[in-house]
Design a protein around this ligand. Structure first.
Ligand SMILES: *Cc1c(COP(=O)(O)O)cnc(C)c1O
Length: 363
């Protein structure tokens, strides 16, 4: 059978080896006689899984000991409210950078709790670029600065980390849902990082939060217990039942990343994959990528066909070749190829070959 490549934006492709291991361990995890799905989250077997998962992540991303790692439920969207609820610290304002649909949602939610200052926005060009930092109007009284490192729908990505006042008094907060662990990162630049698992980490149902310890403990009065980071931090993410199976699979993904050489190697492969695709897009006028060259995402590559009447034919033929889920987001149209960590370079090469053949066939 021809290999299948899944370009879904999320829930997205997982490493084949991880799925095979999960299959092999499905009915009997390490001789326990149980599936991970059936284990008490407080039993010694699952505790060992959770501890190893945290340890591996700490090692992979070089996370210092003054940062807590939380494994929560509620998706990245829950963080749109948890962040202001926990990080306003008595202040009334927060700074947000608006680079697309996910930033916009974060802004809408934060507006329920504070006055949001949109310090920069790329709405003027339909969110096809990242506003350079020298054009931002940061507020010295903001409780924190929030941005989205990769806009999964628009396909724009920060290839740099915003530079805030070095005192660290105003923490930098980032939604890294769709590019976390795709490259090395300096955790100390951030107050808080969050990421829904189903793009680049594991299955849906889990959201990862990495937060500097000193930011915890003063939520807005009335914050629900489950929305208080400190409660989860004090209970090692076991205040209530964590999404155990999603956490286990994410742990297997971390082990896979370590075997692959960690984030340095991952970045090299991700650059190579993205280059393959963008080089093709730039070499023909049959296809078009709307995103400014310097801000193009390595993870989500949106593109259109010059003749949109061919869209359906493109998708149909791609599927016949084993290239799945290339349809663009309903709000954008066209195509989108998501090429997360788990997408092998062979998948991108096959997509590029297909696109070339399709273009010459319809020239
Ligand atoms: C998918 C996504 C979200 C929303 O994630 P949910 O888990 O569905 O809440 C938020 N931000 C970004 C950047 C995303 O890609």
């Amino acid at each position: 059978m021809e290999p299948i490549y899944n370009f879904s934006a999320g829930p997205a492709v997982l490493p084949k080896e991880v799925l095979q291991q999960a299959r092999d361990e499905m009915l009997d995890w390490h001789g326990s006689g149980m599936s991970v799905m059936e284990m008490s989250h407080r039993g010694k077997e699952f505790m060992s899984i959770a501890e190893k998962t945290e340890r591996d992540l700490r090692e992979l991303a070089n996370i210092p000991s003054n940062y807590k790692i939380l494994f929560l439920q509620g998706g990245a969207s829950s963080q749109f409210s948890m962040v202001p609820l926990n990080l306003l610290h008595g202040k009334t304002k927060a700074d947000y950078i608006n680079t697309g649909q996910w930033s916009t949602k974060a802004i809408e939610e934060a507006s329920h709790y504070c006055s949001v200052n949109t310090v920069a926005s790329s709405a003027d060009k339909n969110f096809t670029y990242i506003p350079p930092q020298d054009q931002w109007h940061l507020d010295p009284e903001a409780a924190y600065v929030h941005y989205t490192s990769n806009e999964t729908i628009g396909g724009v990505e920060f290839h740099w980390v915003p530079q805030l006042d070095s005192s660290g008094d105003i923490p930098l907060v980032v939604d890294m849902s769709s590019d976390i662990l795709s490259r090395p990162l300096d955790i100390t630049r951030f107050g808080l990082i969050y990421a829904g698992a189903q793009k680049n980490l594991g299955p849906a149902g889990l959201v990862l939060v990495i937060v500097r310890e000193d930011l915890l403990g003063t939520p807005l009065p009335g914050t629900p217990t489950l929305f208080d980071y400190q409660v989860h931090a004090k209970n090692d993410s076991m205040y209530n039942t964590p999404p155990t199976y999603a956490l286990y699979i994410t742990g297997l993904v971390f082990e896979w990343l370590k075997r692959k050489g960690g984030l340095v190697e991952m970045e090299k492969t991700n650059i190579a994959k993205a280059n393959l695709l963008y080089e093709l897009l730039d070499s023909t006028d049959f296809y078009r990528c709307p995103v400014a060259v310097a801000d193009r995402s390595r993870m989500n590559v949106p593109f259109t066909l010059k003749n949109p009447a061919l869209d359906n034919e493109f998708l149909k033929q791609a599927e016949t070749c084993g290239l799945l889920q290339l349809k663009g987001h309903r709000s954008v149209g066209g195509m989108r190829a998501s090429i997360y960590n788990a997408m092998p370079i062979e998948g991108v090469a096959k997509l590029v070959a297909f696109m070339k053949a399709f273009a010459s066939q319809h020239a």
